[in-house]
Design a protein around this ligand. Structure first.
Ligand SMILES: Cc1cc2nc3c(=O)[nH]c(=O)nc-3n(C[C@H](O)[C@H](O)[C@H](O)COP(=O)(O)O)c2cc1C
Length: 378
């Protein structure tokens, strides 16, 4: 199926506007997952047969590969993600207010480099409508079989010094439906959002989210994990500083990383015009930096703080490198655009094989095994 997508699906994409193609794919996935027969067919074709279980935040994930934020901002195709066999789904970024985002076009493909440039600007239905969507989903279909993560961003019109209230309100509105929250202070497409990676803003946001979390949970035991998501453009020092701050203010883990403002060397004139677009770059060129950041965080935290690896994962080998650098879970966005849904099976079967070929008893043992803090050999 992967080859079919590469031969027929990918060439077709070249003739379509990136965002329209994306919306069309989401609608098709939702439609197919809505019917029991086509849902079984999706499951049969795409869902991995292997189980590579790992327990994170007290929850067992059947395998460590999930959907990254931004692909399904409004929770349109939840049953579809489950049917193609993902280990978990992250919806959003959700903001307190409904937003239309930046002007179109705002998403661009660089096919030769397997990269995307986007400046979507948190287009989403807003926390109230998305809570209603999830409520309806729960009533009709029950809770998803796979963990649901919610990525939270800041509404564009909310001033930076009020950002904590914006994040807090979204977390509260969606608390009943989410298994994990990701505080996104690293999108390059909301003016000055990355300023919130600095101590002042970050502490206020994490404390505000924690107080709402505790209020809704009733006690420490039932708190939902709240993670931070960081930019790959931080220096190593800034990253380490952020980790110390976030850990001291209730962050339960870290997602590494969001898109970058850096640009690789383009393969030709067409790519040069894509790379000249304003926005964040994702995909293959992001792999090395985001993996290096995982290694840094794993080493400084001695592997006792969950790291979620995202950025340029296109194969089992990429996922395995992130895992052995220190990620307990791995996500992708761009690979779904370039490789299609068969990427899930490819990655999960490959991880399973690597685990069998190693001396590790389970996936937990492989996490961080390529860094200084671990003595295990693969
Ligand atoms: C079009 C697009 C929209 C995105 N929207 C979000 C978002 O709303 N929140 C967020 O934290 N990350 C967002 N991301 C970043 C991805 O979640 C991911 O961190 C990044 O794309 C790197 O992964 P990849 O190389 O597998 O694409 C977006 C990425 C793309 C391409």
């Amino acid at each position: 199926m992967g080859r079919a997508y590469r031969w027929f699906g990918r060439p077709l994409l070249k003739f379509q506007d990136s965002e329209k193609a994306h919306l069309r794919s989401l609608r098709i996935l939702r439609l197919l997952a809505g019917n029991p027969i086509s849902r079984s067919v999706l499951r049969m074709i795409y869902s991995p047969k292997k189980r590579v279980a790992i327990t994170v935040f007290g929850h067992e994930y059947t395998h460590p590969f999930g959907l990254a934020a931004g692909m399904d901002k409004n929770a349109m195709a939840l049953r579809g993600w489950d049917a193609i066999g993902l280990g978990f789904t992250e919806i959003g970024g959700v903001t307190q207010q409904e937003q239309s985002g930046n002007e179109r076009p705002r998403m661009f493909r660089a096919d030769n480099s397997l990269a995307l440039v986007n400046r979507m600007g948190f287009n989403n239905n807003g926390s109230k409508k998305i809570a209603m969507t999830l409520e309806k989903h729960h009533k009709r279909h029950g809770k998803s079989d796979i963990p649901l993560w919610v990525n939270i961003g800041k509404s564009k019109t909310t001033p930076l010094d009020q950002a904590h209230l914006d994040y807090q309100s979204t977390l509260s509105a969606l608390w009943n439906y989410a298994d994990v929250f990701v505080v996104n202070v690293s999108s390059p497409n909301t003016p000055n959002l990355r300023e919130l990676q600095k101590d002042d803003g970050l502490i206020r946001i994490l404390e505000a989210c924690h107080s709402a979390n505790l209020h809704l949970a009733g006690n420490e035991e039932h708190l939902k994990p709240v993670l931070i998501k960081v930019a790959p453009d931080l220096t190593d020092e800034q990253l380490k500083h952020m980790v110390v701050t976030a850990r001291a203010h209730h962050a339960a883990g870290i997602v590494v990383s969001n898109t970058t403002l850096e640009r690789p060397t383009p393969s030709g004139v067409k790519e040069a015009s894509v790379f000249a677009q304003q926005g964040g770059l994702s995909g293959k060129p992001l792999f090395t930096r985001s993996t290096e950041m995982i290694r840094i965080v794993h080493e400084m935290t001695s592997g006792d703080w969950p790291i979620i690896g995202v950025g340029g994962v296109f194969s089992a080998d990429d996922a395995w490198q992130k895992i052995t650098a220190g990620a307990c879970l791995v996500q992708a966005y761009s690979a779904f655009v370039f490789e299609g849904p068969s990427i899930v099976k490819t990655v999960v079967s490959g991880i399973d094989q690597r685990l069998k070929d190693s001396s590790f008893k389970n996936l937990e043992e492989a996490v961080g095994s390529a860094t200084k803090n671990t003595t295990n050999e693969g």
